[in-house]
Design a binder for this molecule. Structure first.
Ligand code: HEM
Length: 448
């Protein structure tokens, strides 16, 4: 490089992005905890696309699609998964894909990828369809359901059967129960308490984890014998090889299985919960969805083959993921100083890429706060990373296709026979690890 060439970093060296001044030590943590979404919204409004948020230390928010693309895709070698939050997840995920990094992560990702190829999704789609139909059959007209809870049960059931097959007998209920004990650790105030405190939630977590591990290791033992002949996810993982032809240890398989259970069911359940709430509060969109289902399905239950014709159903899912992205922000740690436009973010700091802000930014979205699935059927030029509910780059969600097929099949199957009416039009949400409703989301079901 010629000596008089000025690099982007030279120009801005030392210039810290603007942001709200905080208190000594805690920075803006108190403001964040009081109202996390309001805080990030005010940061974006007042300070722009690159903000020093100072939430417990060197934390930054980067909210322009081009910057998001750099962090996740083009310059991804300058960032790693943020430590923040990983520590909380490790006790359950072990060294599974969400938590692992570096060479180990790369080898595991290579081994796992075949389990999510389109031809595998076809086998899981049958499970999705049957379980959605079973949920729809359980409801009675006029019943008030907690749709968040119903969707969580459904998506966990789908994952358990996709992972372990349909001949689990009583163990399916045991897995669900153990897993629910484990997940309690990530709800409400428990999320913030250290794991070593002997709180009831932590004790339940330990009990759940021991039970879950015992069942998963038993299933691994059984499957080692017959894995090659079966098409469930666990069998696929057991025969998966890396580029050196090596298979995973039992412990690695355990970590990946539990990671898939945790990363895969709650996120999809939330996407469906928000889709039902949005449909319930927008009768025009519901009518249009029903009209499409009648026209395409003509009374039959939907299958994977129908999905390509169900364009509006897909648009409803995309729009729900835009307005209420279950992963409301993706975090990375900069491994060196990185310039974003006129500012520099120092190496070692944590960078948040907030889906919540980008998905509702008026520069990329007309009428951004409005639920309008039809926008997905219109042409509109916008930067690719104005929308990234599944992340991007090498670490994008491995279950992306699984989740979108599942959400569309569940929505189509249930909406073919039920109309869900919200018991209240209010929806209060809070970003914890995922973007969660603060209260049960009650809806009344009406037969169509
Ligand atoms: C609507 C549903 C879902 C959403 C919104 C979602 C979102 C995401 C996002 C944003 C990431 C990237 C995180 C990062 O870059 O730090 C991710 C990663 C991941 N997701 Fe999903 N996800 C969903 C469903 C699923 C499903 C169904 C599965 C599995 C069956 C799954 C498994 C994973 C795994 C294992 C990773 C880590 C990938 C890696 O780092 O290599 N997700 N997900």
């Amino acid at each position: 490089m010629a000596s008089n060439t000025i690099t982007e970093t030279d120009v801005v060296a030392g210039r810290r992005p603007p942001g709200p001044s905080g208190l000594p030590v805690v920075g803006n943590l108190h403001r964040y905890l009081r109202g996390p979404l309001a805080f990030v919204e005010s940061c974006a409004r007042e300070y722009g696309d690159v903000v020093y948020t100072n939430v417990a230390g060197e934390t930054y928010m980067v909210a322009h699609p081009d910057h998001v693309e750099r962090v996740l895709v083009t310059d991804d070698h300058r960032f790693r998964k943020a430590e923040l939050g990983q520590g909380r997840l490790e006790p359950i995920f072990g060294n599974g894909l969400v938590v692992s990094d570096g060479e180990y992560w790369r080898r595991q990702r290579t081994r796992m990828q075949p389990a999510f190829r389109p031809d595998r999704i076809a086998a899981y789609a049958e499970v999705m369809r049957r379980q959605a139909a079973a949920t729809a059959e359980r409801w009675v007209p006029g019943q008030t359901i907690q749709v968040d809870e119903e969707m969580r049960r459904l998506t966990l059931g789908i994952l358990v059967q996709s992972l372990f097959g349909t001949d689990l007998g009583g163990r399916e209920a045991e897995i669900r129960e153990a897993f629910e004990l484990v997940m309690g650790r990530f709800e409400g105030v428990n999320t913030w308490l250290p794991g070593w405190l002997p709180t009831p939630a932590n004790r339940r977590f330990e009990r759940g984890r021991e039970r879950l591990d015992a069942i998963v290791y038993d299933l691994i033992d059984e499957r080692r014998e017959s894995a090659a002949d079966r098409d469930d996810l666990l069998s696929t993982l057991l025969v998966a090889e890396d580029e050196r032809g090596e298979r995973m240890t039992d412990e690695a398989v355990r970590d990946e299985v539990v990671t898939l259970l945790a990363a895969g069911h709650d996120t999809t359940a939330l996407a469906l919960t928000y889709a039902w709430h949005l449909l319930g509060t927008h009768p025009d969109a519901t009518d249009r969805l029903h009209a499409e289902l009648e026209e395409v399905l003509d009374g039959a239950t939907p299958t994977l083959a129908d999905l390509s014709a169900l364009e509006y159903t897909e648009a409803v899912v995309s729009e729900a993921l835009r307005l209420y992205p279950p992963t409301h922000a993706t975090a990375r740690e900069a491994t060196e100083d990185v310039a974003f436009g006129e500012y520099v973010v120092p190496g070692g700091s944590t960078i948040f890429l907030p889906q919540w802000i980008l998905h509702r930014d008026g520069r990329w979205w007309d009428d951004p706060e409005t639920f309008r699935p039809g926008r997905w059927l219109e042409e509109r030029d916008r930067p690719e990373y104005a929308y990234f509910p599944f992340g991007g780059g090498p670490r994008h969600c491995i279950g992306h296709r699984f989740a979108t097929v599942e959400a569309r099949l569940v929505l189509a199957t249930i909406a073919s026979c039920w109309r869900l009416e919200p018991a209240s039009s209010d929806l209060s949400i809070r970003p914890v690890i995922t973007l969660r409703p603060t209260d049960p989301v009650e809806m009344v079901v009406h037969k169509r």
